[in-house]
Design a protein around this ligand. Structure first.
Ligand SMILES: Cc1cc2nc3c(=O)[nH]c(=O)nc-3n(C[C@H](O)[C@H](O)[C@H](O)COP(=O)(O)OP(=O)(O)OC[C@H]3O[C@@H](n4cnc5c(N)ncnc54)[C@H](O)[C@@H]3O)c2cc1C
Length: 319
């Protein structure tokens, strides 16, 4: 079996999910290769090959920023040449857009946002949660072409540094960069220094914080413990923070080791995006708030007293 993984990079820095995709590929056995599309490969190609993968590098200034049309055209030529049985990408916004386009271009089946990959006999089987993680179902490819799978960040272990990979520099066909849409500029959001979907700790705020002027207080707490900042939809809709910070059904799905929900009631649409967190801590003044039914630890009280006290303590401990 041949498996192609798609590296996930932003501004020439790899996301951990790139290594998780290689780990998933290696767990299936067979030959593992990786497509890296980027502005400058730098250390990224070596980091990927150290995991034991044969890395095909397509480097061009026009590929620095994700462009699904250009990325898909280039990867399709690689798929036509290498003929992988399985193609594994990341279940990030970029990865989901790319893999859906690729599956359509190649006529393959797509399993999106998977949390497991295994072999049932000869058939690659993807495991996918549904209904907020209450139901799991399996998906197999029914097409004769490649099986496209996106894996949820932090759901699977990263590949070890086993070595044995190699780096192959490919030529970028300039015609493929002539896309209908062009990325003119990339503007960094206010979402903090740590990526929400890759963070080990998420500190998330809800309507209990009362106003946009208090977002900084929660971000400061997140910074004090090296956490990413998350938000409920209520405060995104209110315009207190950006949509890119939203956790939940219509936002991002997160899997951190620790999720701290502050002033969040625990609506089902929020919970589906964070219930897979290993440990959940809730801060809420309403002891009957639904969030406490899934929290491992609960603090009943006023967040305006509790958050500054926790931030002070974390700053002391993290010094
Ligand atoms: C189709 C659809 C999709 C949706 N998608 C999402 C989604 O992706 N993500 C999402 O989050 N929501 C989503 N929602 C909205 C969801 O239903 C809830 O409305 C939303 O999650 C509520 O946000 P909240 O918990 O911040 O606000 P609230 O429900 O208003 O809760 C605020 C909480 O703060 C507490 N509080 C108030 N003051 C204090 C204080 N001083 N100290 C401590 N606690 C305090 C209150 O007790 C309360 O529990 C969706 C809804 C629909 C219909």
């Amino acid at each position: 079996m041949k498996i192609l993984t798609i590296a996930d990079q932003k501004v020439n820095v790899l996301s951990n999910v790139s290594f998780e995709a290689i780990g998933a590929a290696k767990s299936l056995g067979g030959e593992v290769c990786t497509a890296l599309l980027c502005g400058e490969a730098g250390e990224m190609a070596n980091q990927l090959s150290a995991k034991g993968s044969k890395v095909f590098v397509f480097a061009h200034a026009e590929l620095t920023n994700f462009n699904d049309e250009a990325y898909a055209s280039i990867i399709k030529t690689l798929i036509d040449r290498e003929k992988p049985d399985v193609v594994i990408g990341s279940a990030t916004f970029y990865g989901k857009a790319l893999m859906a386009r690729l599956a359509a271009l190649c006529g393959g089946g797509l399993a999106s946002d998977c949390t497991g990959l295994s072999l049932e006999g000869d058939a690659v089987t993807a495991l996918r949660p549904a209904y907020g993680g209450n139901v799991f179902y399996t998906i197999q490819n029914n097409a004769s072409t490649s099986f496209f799978v996106t894996v949820r960040p932090k759901a699977l272990p990263e590949a070890g540094d086993d070595g044995g990979g190699e780096v192959i520099t490919e030529t970028v066909d300039e015609a493929m960069l002539n896309t209908k849409a062009k990325v003119k500029e990339r503007v960094a959001g206010s979402g903090g220094k740590v990526s929400l979907t890759e963070a080990d700790i998420v500190v998330a705020a809800g309507r209990g914080i009362r106003g946009a002027e208090n977002v900084g207080m929660i971000e400061e707490m997140a910074d004090s413990m090296g956490a990413a900042f998350g938000a409920s939809r209520a405060i995104v809709d209110a315009g207190w923070t950006e949509y890119s910070n939203q956790v939940g059904q219509t936002g991002k799905t997160v899997n951190p080791k620790l999720y701290i929900a502050i002033g969040i009631s625990g609506a089902v649409q929020h919970i589906v995006g964070m219930r897979a967190s290993k440990t959940i801590v809730a801060v809420n003044r309403d002891k009957d708030a639904p969030i406490f039914s899934i929290a491992n630890y609960g603090i009943v009280g006023d967040l305006f007293e509790i958050v500054p006290a926790l931030t002070k303590k974390f700053k002391e401990v993290m010094q």
